[in-house]
Ligand binder design. Structure first.
Ligand SMILES: CC(C)(COP(=O)(O)OP(=O)(O)OC[C@H]1O[C@@H](n2cnc3c(N)ncnc32)[C@H](O)[C@@H]1OP(=O)(O)O)[C@@H](O)C(=O)NCCC(=O)NCCSC(=O)CC(=O)O
Length: 460
């Protein structure tokens, strides 16, 4: 596939007399203990595909692109941190996000000859090709960009919107609300209603004072970040640890559980014990099922240690809760560590995984659990090296990303690209409420095995 970069635009937030930024001030947002563990991680990337009936080059450049750029400028007015960079001054304990006047989001405009229908399908696609639809996110030792975008035209087929987001700046919930907010303003513009205000559900709260560190969690998280760095010579460096090359045989595909599939799996797990009701949510069922398929497909020694984790959104779990649109990270990572593979590969594997996940989700509501957030991360990083498989989940089946209609219809497909191996992604099913889309990315041969476990398991 060929990709031609047509332009690299810098989109600055729309300014008026109410604008927060001017030449005399900049916006400074300190990272919280929720943000710090993600400081040296790699950006997360997602791509949205939009099919168009009329998408000649001329129509795209004279009509679609200007609308996308104008609405982006308008929405950035509320999402200023996305225009900024993380910096870490020598005299400051923690890094911060700094946004100055005229700071912009870089938007790469590109064109490709690739087959839109193939790349936006549910089948196996080369992940290296999907990555070409997302931008790089610049960083150096001193500064790391928050967010960048790429809009790619597939002439006469459609276009894609891909982003790269610094996880130290925002989590999947915030990126999802941002995309929906941008789409909302673009759609209004399409209907010739120039509106620059967002509904409350899409308006971010930038108030970091709401996240209270009463027990030294900042310091604990900073200590953990230091321990994770490959380069111990410059602890304040914002450079990322190197990432491995993506091989030519690595594919990404989307497996689907219909609402009926979820219901049938749920029935298999119904507890016979009334004293111990299980949390049989769609998330628990889908993750447990995917996890057992991953373990079964790998095979091997049943005694080998396996672990799996997920992040719980703490906005509404804190006391007092944060606004649901709080901008940033608000994740608590929890998991099951170093269990025997045989426990998940056997006949009772699904029920075992469901019981564990049910307890973990319930455990997120335990009083005072937030004080253990740094120890939780330490266990995660210790267990990675000691587990033959390590499961994780990106995004959520509750983010509603298929609602992101910029005015040309809902996306035909949304793919989360920052998964590999036993890391999966979740999304709600495009075609039906209650169903789930599960993203997986690994070598083709391995994925074929997982597919057959997945499909066979649904026949039983
Ligand atoms: C911890 C969770 C994953 C658990 O999900 P759940 O769906 O199980 O939980 P929930 O609290 O939302 O509960 C809703 C579901 O539980 C059911 N439910 C509620 N009460 C129940 C009860 N007493 N018994 C049984 N079921 C019950 C509801 O019917 C509903 O089911 P039903 O669903 O069937 O209708 C979630 O609460 C959460 O925090 N999600 C956000 C995760 C997140 O932010 N991820 C982004 C990661 S960052 C990222 O993505 C970037 C990256 O990774 O790089």
């Amino acid at each position: 596939m060929k990709l031609l970069v047509v332009e690299v635009a810098q989109i600055i937030p729309y300014t008026d007399s109410d604008s927060v930024l001017n030449s005399a001030n900049s916006l400074n947002i300190p990272l919280t203990f929720f943000d710090l563990p993600w400081l040296v991680g790699h950006p997360f990337k997602q791509v949205f595909f939009y099919r168009l009936t009329e998408s000649t080059r001329e129509h795209f450049h004279s009509f679609i692109l200007p609308k996308l750029k104008l609405s982006l400028s308008l929405v950035l007015r509320s999402y200023l941190p996305l225009c900024g960079c993380i910096t870490w001054n020598p005299n400051e304990l923690k890094p911060r996000i700094v946004v100055s006047e005229n700071d912009a989001v870089l938007v790469t405009i590109a064109e490709t000859d690739a087959d839109f229908s193939h790349l936006s399908s549910y089948g196996q696609r080369l992940v290296s090709e999907l990555h070409t639809l997302t931008p790089e996110l610049p960083f150096s030792d001193d500064s790391a960009s928050a967010f960048s975008l790429q809009i790619t035209l597939f002439p006469k087929q459609g276009f894609s919107i891909g982003f790269a987001a610094h996880h130290g700046v925002l989590d999947g919930k915030t990126s999802s609300i941002f995309i929906k907010a941008w789409a909302h303003l673009c759609k209004q513009d399409m209907e010739n209603r120039v509106v620059i205000s967002l509904p409350a559900s899409l308006t971010p709260s930038l108030d970091r004072s709401l996240v209270k560190d009463l027990t030294g969690l900042d310091e604990q998280m900073l200590e953990m970040v230091r321990s994770l760095k490959d380069d111990k010579t410059n602890m304040r460096s914002l450079s990322r640890n190197p990432i491995g090359e993506i091989g030519d045989d690595v594919v990404l595909a989307t497996l689907v559980l219909s609402r009926d599939d979820v219901e049938r799996l749920r029935e298999r797990c119904m507890s016979q014990d009334d004293r111990r009701p299980l949390h049989l949510s769609t998330f628990v069922i889908a993750y447990a099922y995917a996890w057992t398929c991953l373990v079964k497909a790998r095979g091997g020694d049943g005694e080998r240690a396996v672990s799996f984790i997920f992040g719980g959104d703490f906005r509404e779990r804190l006391d007092p809760p944060l606004p649901t649109t709080y901008f940033g990270n608000c994740l608590f990572t929890t998991g099951s560590y170093k269990q025997k593979a045989a426990e998940f590969a056997g006949e009772n594997g699904l029920v075992t995984a469901v019981e564990i996940l049910s307890d973990l989700v319930k455990g997120l509501s335990s009083p005072g659990i937030i004080e253990t957030i740094a120890q939780g991360f330490a266990i995660v990083f210790d267990s990675i090296g000691e587990s033959s498989q390590f499961g994780s989940v990106g995004m959520s089946n509750k983010f509603g990303l298929y609602e992101s209609d910029f005015g040309w219809g809902r996306p035909v497909k949304v793919d989360f690209l920052s998964i590999r191996g036993d890391g999966i992604s979740l999304a709600e099913r495009r075609e039906e409420s209650g169903g789930v889309e599960i993203g997986m990315c690994m070598n083709k041969n391995e994925l074929d095995l997982v597919f057959s476990c997945f499909n066979n398991g649904l026949q039983n």
